[in-house]
Design a protein around this ligand. Sequence first.
Ligand code: INS
Ligand code: FE2
Ligand code: FE2
Length: 309
Amino acid sequence: MTVIVPEPLLEERNVHGENVEEERSIGGGSLDLDGGFVVPDSNAFGHSFRDYNKESERRAGVEEFYRINHINQTYAFAKEKKEEHGKLQKGAMSIWECVELLNEFVDESDPDLDEPQIEHLLQSAEAIRRDYPGQEWLHLTALIHDLGKVLLHPSFGGEPQWCVVGDTFPLGCAFDQSIVHDQYFKGNPDYNDPVYGTRLGIYTENCGLDKVTMSWGHDEYMYLVMKENGTTLPPVASFIVRFHSFYALHHSGAYTYLMNDEDKEMLKWLRIFNKYDLYSKSKVRINVEEVKPYYQSLIDKYFPPKLRW
Ligand SMILES: O[C@H]1[C@H](O)[C@@H](O)[C@H](O)[C@@H](O)[C@H]1O
Ligand SMILES: [Fe+2]
Ligand SMILES: [Fe+2]
């Protein structure tokens, strides 16, 4: 199968903006994903990133979030939500209007950030823009990747946090132990199901992630919004948005047997993206008015003026 991915990267900068000369190629030679990338020592709270057990002002709330999430995210539930929200009948608005709506939400699942979501969108987009100046599609992908969290908004779903944010995982097959707070899956009705509780469950080896029903949340929703509104961003952008919370896969290497060759190609870009999604989380504020014209020009290029949500 031919996979269309943008051109290889020939230059990389680390998170401090230093140039890291490193040849990379996608599809050809090897891709050294960690080459030169300097991961910050700690998050805004002085702890390691994604440490779900470290005592902090966010720990207990995050654990409670995952307890409820893991008990309620069943295969049947995710199918139902996809059906409901996939109709995109909640309203019409532009990408930037949605960015601004996220000003009022703080993500309860996140141990590393307690800033409004608009800050996170701009922080991740600006960080990736600085290191990959030639990849405008990636800048816009970062800006929009979490817009699905608009489901929290009363006029666009008013959903509880447990079915909007947090890491995602496949349903219809066994829960992997690398998933954050996996102990709570014991309370999930699918846990002991004779089919859903097995390694492959309802899937076949290398069936492709497109066939997999993920736990319902902002990733899948935004993917549907992009698709149904006819974005002209490359397919890999939609893949990044759709699976960016699938840490068991892109971080821990679980569920690789569900991937096909195309997924494997795109996973390389998802891993690059993830560094900026995760490690750009900080207390540094971006001047919205200053950067807005640049992002608006990208939005105009890759999306219609109003989208159905
Ligand atoms: O807490 C975070 C947050 O909800 C992100 O938006 C999501 O992509 C991550 O997977 C999750 O760990
Ligand atoms: Fe996200
Ligand atoms: Fe994010």
